[in-house]
Design a protein around this ligand. Sequence first.
Ligand code: SAM
Length: 278
Amino acid sequence: MIILSHFQAAELLQARSAGQATTSISLDLGLTTTEATLTPDRLILSEAIVTWNDVEEIARHDTACFVVEDNRAKQIRGFSELTGRVYGLMPTESAPTMLISGLPMHRIKNTNPHQDTLAKIKAIAPINGRVLDTCTGLGYTAIEAAKTAEQVITIELDPTAQEIARFNPWSRSLFDNPKIIQHIGDAFDEIQNFADGLFSCIIHDPPMLSLAGDLYSGEFYAECRRVLRRSGKLFHYIGDPDSRSGARTTKGVMRRLQEAGFTRVVPKPQAFGLVAFK
Ligand SMILES: C[S@@+](CC[C@H](N)C(=O)[O-])C[C@H]1O[C@@H](n2cnc3c(N)ncnc32)[C@H](O)[C@@H]1O
């Protein structure tokens, strides 16, 4: 699969202006590079041909990625019948983020989705045993956790989000790594099917409160505590603790976690979240 963004399109247009006959370019959003041949009317990539018109079109979109299919560049986006929201893949200089109704699902200001993921994982490290990742998204937390965990069970509400992840080169091991088990469903309901004490860690990375209120409820936190083993831990992403809404949400989350029986709740401001211990 060839995936391109405005970053590669800009490099290709620059190579054309410089009169180059070949150039090295990434067809997987920066993970690897390959050789492309430039002709006056088109671009010859490993297994496809792209017109300069399409390259110019890609260059005009800085919040979308494109897949090349049948020698045409097509914007990666999907409309969810389930949520009535539009999903897309937004490139960054590192891993892309997923846009849901235009809102990025990872931090992109003064950081990038890859660094954001590493910060979340660092906050709850060491990760071992069986892990519950409540909100799959592009699978970055699941993929990173699976590097040290025995198994990761990850839940995604929306099949459209999973379709978007399939196009993302940075999400590949979500589909290839046998340690990762994907469930489609609502984490609020799915968690009720897991046995007591099944998990050693939970990574809870929900959309913002206004998009997923149930996932911030005392009832959900009590279920998280139930499925954690003794001295198990939960990382909860919340948002910028220095913003007014982030500070307010953090306060409410801490109170409800304590009411749900978590004994120790430790703020992790670097990761825009906190860790709660059973
Ligand atoms: C912030 S993103 C998760 C990012 C993910 N941790 C990653 O590393 O890419 C939130 C995801 O949760 C999904 N979601 C929203 N409500 C949910 C629910 N009730 N249960 C499970 N997933 C949900 C959204 O569709 C979105 O894909």
